[in-house]
Write a protein that binds this ligand. Sequence first.
Ligand SMILES: C[S@@+](CC[C@H](N)C(=O)[O-])C[C@H]1O[C@@H](n2cnc3c(N)ncnc32)[C@H](O)[C@@H]1O
Length: 199
Amino acid sequence: MTKRWISQRKQDGYYKLAKKAGYRSRSAYKLKQINDRYNVISSGDTVVDLGCAPGGWLQVAWDIVGPGGTVLGVDIQRIDNLEGVRFIRGDVTKTKTLEEILSLISKADVVLSDMSPNITGHYSMDHAKSVGLAESALEIAKKILREDGNFVVKVFQGDLFEDYFRTIKSNFSFTKAHSPKASRKQSSEIYIIAKGFKG
Ligand SMILES: C[S@@+](CC[C@H](N)C(=O)[O-])C[C@H]1O[C@@H](n2cnc3c(N)ncnc32)[C@H](O)[C@@H]1O
């Protein structure tokens, strides 16, 4: 993190809002905006959040599902405990992690993935790694989502995007590529909203 990056972050409106509201990340606003628009998570849902650290999306999901719902986060990085939320420390590309998820929940209503690879600065490499993570997220979603369940996944845009999007389209009845207002203007990230898993 350079001094410039730190000072830019402090001037960022969503960063300030997140700090004030007690969210662990400014990304929390991306999920809020996505849910306000596409209604992917409902009260009482079981939500699995892949790549959940430090936990902003977990906080938002937990608020939406309420006391009758379940939220399970997965990340290779540790997170500070969040009351009510379950957590698995694991790599989504490993079969063992899927087994651990299935040992805690039988079916999910919603699978989220805000996973990002370690950024190298080489655009095509970062894009390819992001699509690789998005593919792992889709594989997990296909195994744990109930029929008609919803999936939200982040992907860095690039030449592999269309193929990936096509695969999503064949598995869900509604799909949309969407950039929430809280995404930084210079970011290449885009979120795919996929509803109505065909099973
Ligand atoms: C942008 S952060 C997620 C922020 C989160 N949505 C929030 O609101 O706090 C991306 C996360 O993806 C995780 N990640 C990257 N590769 C992963 C993998 N193979 N398995 C699990 N998590 C991974 C990173 O450790 C990082 O915490």
